[in-house]
Design a protein around this ligand. Structure first.
Ligand code: OSB
Ligand code: MG
Length: 377
């Protein structure tokens, strides 16, 4: 099979509210979407990268460059198997060390294209011969707030909407002072924190994080440097609270090393960070074999990336609620129809219709378009 064209859509969408982490604030999200076309069918994928390199060195612009110059020429020149297109792509590019988000966006598009052409759901392709679920529990990720009353209002709303777990962003100086009043006000809710590497230069990281143990959090996500898995092992040995790694895990090898050395007890899976569903699945399976639960992280995705995350999170070792919020949590008008909704029990439904499962609204993409290209052989 030949891929006739790869279309790139670089969009910029305002967020309904600003989102602050220890690495910066996002108010407007730049997103790179890819559509892969063959034989009248099209499949959509999304790069998790933003317009600014903060979480990752990748941006919408670097993704554009890598795909246009290096990935598309190969994708458009080669003959791909009709079944297993996306797997063949992942294998073809597995030796590329970097730019995982650019590769993941193309891989995602090929998964949906393959689902469309085979008349099956994305979920069934992602699951393969593994069992998968019809609905998955969701948590919400809340940014750093200066005003506790604002944060408390957001938590109250989220619990009212059914969210199964609350994640609070923290940084040195905004940890116990945030978690303590939340525990006092909301009691025993499922609660966790994410430091986004914020304690990497804190000489008192251990003391500061140990002070969180008494709040019985589900986990502390990525306290130390992204490039220092090893530093998390002695920290985990001292903490009662499980450490979950996000930014540090870019490969199956990283996951294996983190588990072996006791650097964490949980892993956050983002297919974008890992370079696609193929690696995400391998990390999922490795963790399952070691009894390490995983959960699905998010990158403030549009509906396209959100639906990919939801399909992935239907796999069995995604044992904890994922960052898979409703479309309206981030977007006034998401680019999919219908929007992703969270039900009263805090679940999102995993579509089982053909392809991505929701319609991608090209008029909404065009309204937010920064740059477009159609690359063909
Ligand atoms: O660390 O999980 C993170 C958003 C952008 C970059 C990194 C992270 C996040 C989130 C939000 O926590 C997750 C989401 O709801 O998409
Ligand atoms: Mg995180």
């Amino acid at each position: 099979m030949r891929i006739e064209a790869l279309e790139l859509f670089w969009i910029k969408m305002p967020m309904v509210g600003k989102f602050t982490t220890s690495f910066g604030t996002t108010q407007e999200r730049e997103i790179l979407l890819v559509r892969a076309n063959a034989g009248g069918a099209g499949g959509w994928g999304e790069s998790g990268a933003d317009g600014v390199p903060m979480y990752s060195y990748e941006t919408a612009a670097t993704g554009w460059h890598i795909i246009e110059r290096f990935v598309a020429p190969i994708v458009l020149a080669e003959d791909w198997p009709e079944q297993g297109t996306a797997t063949a792509f992942a294998e073809r590019f597995a030796g590329w060390r970097w730019h995982p988000m650019a590769r993941a966006a193309v891989e995602e598009a090929l998964w949906v294209l393959e689902a469309e052409r085979s008349g099956v759901s994305l979920r069934s392709l992602y699951a393969g011969d593994r069992p998968s679920r019809d609905r998955v529990p969701v948590g919400i990720s809340l940014g750093i707030q200066d005003d506790f009353a604002v944060l408390a209002g957001q938590i109250e709303d989220a619990l009212g909407q059914g969210y199964r777990r609350i994640k609070l962003k923290i940084e040195p100086g905004k940890d116990v002072s945030v978690v303590e009043p939340v525990r006092e006000r909301f009691g025993d809710i499922p609660l966790m924190v994410d430091a986004n590497c914020g304690y990497r230069n804190d000489p008192q990281a251990l003391e500061h994080l140990k002070a969180l143990d008494r709040f019985e959090l589900l986990m502390i996500e990525q306290p130390l440097a992204h490039d220092d898995i090893a530093a998390h092992a002695p920290l985990q040995a001292e903490l009662a609270t499980p450490i979950c790694l996000d930014e540090s895990i870019h490969s199956v090898r990283h996951a294996a090393r983190a588990i072996e050395t006791g650097a964490c007890r949980l892993i956050n899976i983002k297919a974008s960070r890992l370079g696609g569903r193929a690696v995400a699945l391998a990390v999922h399976d490795l963790c399952a074999a070691h009894d390490v639960p995983v959960w699905c992280g998010g990158m403030l995705e549009s509906g396209v990336g959100r639906l990919h995350n939801i399909a992935l999170a239907s796999l069995p070792n995604f044992q904890m609620p994922g960052d898979l919020s409703a479309s309206r949590r981030y977007w006034q008008q998401d680019i999919i129809d219908p929007f992703v909704e969270v039900d009263a029990e805090g679940h999102v439904t995993v579509p089982d219709t053909v392809g991505l499962g929701h319609q991608v609204m090209i008029d909404r993409i065009e309204k937010n378009l920064v740059r477009y290209a159609r690359l063909s052989g």
